[in-house]
Design a protein around this ligand. Structure first.
Ligand code: SAM
Length: 337
């Protein structure tokens, strides 16, 4: 894959762009329907405090939330859109080209947000928005291996350049480690049976496709649970492959010193583990995630919650976009300096 650095965001760049990959060259993606943004207006309403500020959209995806942010901000307002998926960067950048250098697209991980801001010579930001997980485009592309209902390779990497694939985990991890993974990240009650079945199957021949894994899950769960168990097992593997919990904890901890007083963090979450991390972070605790262990340190952060009960999608949004069903938005404002 070929990368080039683009000086799109000239007012915020100071010539130190070499460490951040700003753009990638990939195949053309039809620009319609990349991903329907969830809780679009609510998220932007929560995160914007100063319309001429600098905001980070850490999960750019198809650019739906960045677009809403840029529409809400004044001409002086800027958005830095980060995504670890080169295809998302390509697509959003093309779709949002009308905003010129008010949008800077960065191909990187939000867990490296400190390095990204440093490279752009940005010391303080007004807000951070995260819409966690994968986009509809990623799920729908069979070749990426995210979906149990589409035959494809067991890959699941959001950034396909390097790192463990789901096949590496399924065929390489010991049974106990697999079962813990399914239990912790997937909250799957049949975790042990599924891990045992995978080990039994891979002794004959390695599991290579999403169908191979789905067959293993179906073989040891009751038919009425198939869809739930498949979703949980695929979710658990995706979280492990992409280090999603480490990324979330790193980003939240690293962004705090760069947030202005009155600056805001808004996170759209889709499962219980993400929720636990974000809730306790907003209460001031420092999250960390190492060796599959979620831990919280002493109170270090000072936030005022803007969404004490979380915000969920309306029935009408869920009807139009079923993906919104499990989404919860939480936001908080920094009080301390
Ligand atoms: C739910 S989608 C975001 C959709 C976006 N809000 C929109 O309106 O189109 C999540 C996106 O975040 C990206 N992503 C997930 N984890 C990431 C990480 N640690 N760093 C950067 N991007 C990440 C995924 O590649 C995906 O494109």
């Amino acid at each position: 894959m070929d990368f080039r650095v683009e000086r799109l965001f000239s007012p915020l760049l100071s010539g130190r762009t070499d460490r951040v990959r700003v753009m990638s060259i990939t195949q053309n993606i039809p620009e319609n329907e990349y991903h329907v943004p969830v809780l679009r207006e609510e998220a932007v309403g929560c995160v914007v405090n100063d319309t001429s500020g600098v905001y980070v959209d850490g999960t750019l995806g198809g650019g739906g939330h960045s677009e809403a942010l840029l529409e809400r901000l004044s001409e002086d307002g800027r958005v830095i859109g980060i995504d670890r998926d080169a295809e998302a960067i390509d697509s959003a950048r093309k779709r949002l080209s009308r905003f010129g250098d008010r949008l800077c697209c960065i191909h990187d991980r939000f867990g490296r947000i400190d390095a990204v801001l440093d490279t752009l010579s940005i010391r303080r930001i007004d807000g951070l928005l995260l819409d966690l997980g994968v986009s509809s485009r990623q799920i729908d592309a069979a070749r990426r291996g995210f979906s149990y209902s589409k035959e494809g390779p067991l890959d699941m990497r959001m950034d396909g350049r390097s790192g463990l694939t789901a096949a590496d985990i399924v065929n390489g991890w010991p049974e106990k480690k697999l079962s813990d993974l399914f239990f912790v990240f997937g909250e799957e009650k049949k975790s042990r049976q599924i891990a045992r079945r995978i080990v039994y199957m891979r002794e004959k021949t390695p599991l290579e496709s999403t169908t191979d894994l789905a067959d293993a899950v179906r073989a040891c769960t009751p038919a009425r649970w198939h869809i739930k168990s498949l979703s949980r097992i695929f979710q658990a593997l995706r979280i492990a492959v992409n280090g999603e919990m480490e990324e979330l904890a790193d980003c939240l901890v690293k962004i705090y010193p760069s947030l202005k007083t009155g600056g805001r963090v808004a996170v759209i979450m889709y499962h219980g583990l993400e929720s636990r991390v974000v809730k306790r972070y907003f209460r001031g605790e420092e999250p960390s995630f190492t060796r599959s262990e979620l831990a919280f340190g002493q109170k270090r952060f000072d936030f005022r919650s803007l969404t004490p009960r979380g915000i969920r999608a309306s029935e009408s949004e869920i009807r139009k976009n079923p993906r919104a069903r499990s989404a919860v938005l939480r936001a908080a404002e920094k009080r301390g300096g």
